[in-house]
Design a protein around this ligand. Structure first.
Ligand SMILES: Cc1cc2nc3c(=O)[nH]c(=O)nc-3n(C[C@H](O)[C@H](O)[C@H](O)COP(=O)(O)OP(=O)(O)OC[C@H]3O[C@@H](n4cnc5c(N)ncnc54)[C@H](O)[C@@H]3O)c2cc1C
Length: 601
């Protein structure tokens, strides 16, 4: 089992290193050309590669569409990619297969003890896959949240194997190890703890009582490991390895928290304010903007998140909640939608629109950022919904900074945001004003705000289960006039000054929402030039098709990042499958790569 895991991890490491190296090459080589105003393959005819030379890209597009882009419904609500299916089934098959391998002894079926070995073998794996300071993530470049499905599969295998072991022994007779013996008591304790852990980890429990799930999960996991050790000390080193992984993750997390918040200064009241201060603003009846002033030891990359602790607000004083960082450098800015627990209490604490008397401690940053890879593409399309805009703004801000430094191959970036009300632009206005005040250098930027005005939720969920009201509303179908115009003219590429921003063309006026003539919603005049408003939900396929047609072929193609409700994710996935076809790639269309972010696991 461990050889297989090591082989897969090594393969992922090589792939990850290769992608990083390719992105670095594009950022350097094409980035320099872009900064000098060169976009050498605007005219697709100049890409005179034959269909044969494009065949590997076409094959890779087909593979990626099938493995990572298409999702298949699982049971009633879940949507998983075929790659996730494959790895889950492979994991289950290998773990149980190896267990049953040695089941026939002297012509007799004995599955009890082999299953015990399988259960012990899961302990280090499931803990290694759960941590935020995750060695598996560091090796494979896959973020810990995205490894969570394997953590869950490993957990299921552990529960199944534990109970097969238990029932196997009941079936063949306990002999001297019956009730009252240490072996029996420790075994039953471990088996019951594993069962409780499994039953309380269903999505419904996590959604309704997250803190309860967390406390029970940690407690039962600890009981399971200790009971397993007492049950069969000869295999105790599996337990110790698991505990070492766990200790490493928590120890490193604690150390990061101490360093980031300069905890050694906290006993001094004057210093405490300086190192834990934050400003919380009510930007909407249910949305808060938290600004944590620059902390010198807290550095992050766009797309990453941090854990926030606010002891004055939390019920369990030191509970931590993850939020994506909406800014790219300087002050860490978060947009928080009030739910029912900690976030609702924070909302209730607001005496006025601005509250600056609360302390906020950060831990992180966490999550693997793909920003460096995104900067190696020619075109970046960011599709967001609700507070998923935090993912979009962080990449936008990072890309604009890189364009000024000449370290990105991006020549066009479009940020599409689905919101219920045009006024929600005020949530991100300060970030946009600052980022766009000096223009966007050679990079053409468009920020398209789609005002849905439907009752449907636009919030990013865990990415697997749709919440209520995710059905596409009437505005879902692309209406007339959605076709983005010709745009991306040479003129716009040359613009880099603050007065004539490089903007991408947007949808035509017919679908625009009426907004006041003057820049508003807190946008500066300069920032407002990049923003346009539209009615209904964003027509993902039309936007993607138009941007892909305009994309140059001298960089890594088109990258699409999505962070929004399940319906938006599915829309974007469908659009990519249609546009990123093998035939189009063979005709010279640049390949499209997808990155999906969700607020949960
Ligand atoms: C990687 C990541 C990034 C996120 N970024 C943002 C963001 O930028 N803006 C935003 O508004 N929300 C974001 N969220 C969601 C946010 O963490 C939850 O909404 C918040 O923790 C809810 O707290 P609560 O006690 O009010 O929730 P509850 O009302 O108790 O629960 C609401 C939902 O939040 C989930 N949840 C509760 N506590 C946690 C926790 N500690 N960790 C993970 N999920 C939890 C529950 O499972 C449930 O589905 C993000 C979540 C993740 C995992």
């Amino acid at each position: 089992m461990y050889y297989v895991i090591a082989g897969v991890a090594f393969g992922c490491l090589c792939l990850w290193a290769w992608r990083r190296a390719a992105a670095w090459y594009y950022r350097r080589k094409v980035g320099r050309a872009r900064a000098a105003g060169v976009r050498s393959q605007d005219d697709k005819d100049k890409d005179n590669k034959g269909a044969l030379a494009r065949a590997p890209s076409a094959a890779s597009a087909v593979l990626s569409n099938w493995a990572y882009v298409k999702v298949v419904p699982l049971w009633m609500f879940q949507h998983v990619t075929l790659a996730e299916w494959f790895w889950s089934v492979a994991y289950l098959g290998i773990a149980l297969g190896l267990g049953f391998w040695g089941c026939i002894r002297d012509g007799r079926l004995d599955y009890a003890n082999p299953m015990g070995y399988v259960a012990f073998g899961q302990i280090p794996i499931l803990i290694a896959l759960a941590g935020r300071n995750n060695t598996v993530s560091w090796i494979t470049g896959v973020s810990y949240e995205k490894l969570n499905y394997l953590h869950r599969m490993s957990g299921r295998v552990a529960v199944l194997a534990t109970w097969l072991h238990t029932l196997g022994w009941f079936h063949q007779g306990l002999g001297p190890h019956g009730p009252g013996s240490e072996l029996f008591l420790s075994g039953m304790l471990g088996a019951v703890a594993a069962l409780i852990m499994w039953l309380t980890s269903f999505a419904l429990v996590r959604r309704v009582m997250y803190e309860f799930f967390l406390v029970v999960h940690i407690l039962m996991c600890f009981i399971f490991i200790v009971a397993s050790w007492y049950h069969w000390p000869m295999l105790g080193w599996w337990c110790w390895t698991g505990l070492i992984f766990w200790g490493f993750d928590r120890g490193l997390g604690f150390l990061r928290m101490i360093l980031v918040n300069k905890a050694w200064l906290l006993p001094f009241a004057s210093k405490r304010a300086e190192h834990s201060a934050c400003v919380v603003e009510l930007v909407d009846p249910a949305v808060l903007r938290i600004t944590v002033p620059t902390r010198s030891l807290f550095r992050w990359s766009p797309g990453q998140h941090a854990l926030i602790t606010m002891p004055q607000v939390a019920t369990l004083r030191y509970e931590q909640h993850p939020f994506t960082i909406a800014s790219a450098a300087g002050d860490a800015v978060f947009l928080v939608r009030a739910q029912k627990g900690f976030t609702a209490r924070l909302l209730a604490r607001m005496q006025s629109d601005v509250e600056s008397g609360l302390n906020a401690y950060l831990e992180g940053p966490y999550g693997v950022s793909h920003h460096a890879e995104l900067l190696g593409h020619d075109t970046l399309l960011l599709m967001c919904g609700g507070t998923g805009i935090t993912y979009g703004t962080s990449h936008l801000l990072g890309a604009v900074a890189a364009a000024h430094k000449g370290t990105t191959a991006l020549s066009a970036l479009r940020l599409v945001w689905n919101v219920r009300d045009a006024a929600h632009v005020a949530w991100i206005a300060p970030l946009l004003n600052k980022a766009l005040e000096n223009g966007t250098a050679h990079m053409a930027v468009a920020i398209d705000v789609y005002v849905t005005r439907t009752g449907a939720s636009l919030e990013p969920g865990p990415g697997h289960e749709p919440g209520p009201g995710h059905e596409p509303g009437p505005g879902h179908e692309p209406g007339p006039g959605h076709e983005p115009g010709p745009g991306h003219t040479p003129d716009s590429e040359e613009d880099s000054g603050a007065t004539t921003p490089a903007t991408l063309s947007s949808s035509e006026a017919v679908d625009k929402v009426s907004v006041p003539e003057k820049p508003t919603y807190g946008l500066s005049e300069q920032a407002a030039r990049f923003v346009s408003f539209h009615k209904g939900r964003s027509p993902a396929e039309m936007i993607l098709r138009a941007d892909t047609e305009r994309s140059a072929t001298d960089a890594a193609g088109v990258a699409v990042g999505v962070c929004g409700p399940l319906e938006l994710q599915l829309d974007v996935r469908r659009a990519i499958c249609r546009v990123n076809s093998a035939s189009a790639i063979l005709r010279g269309q640049p390949p499209i790569e997808l990155h999906v972010e969700s607020f949960g696991w």
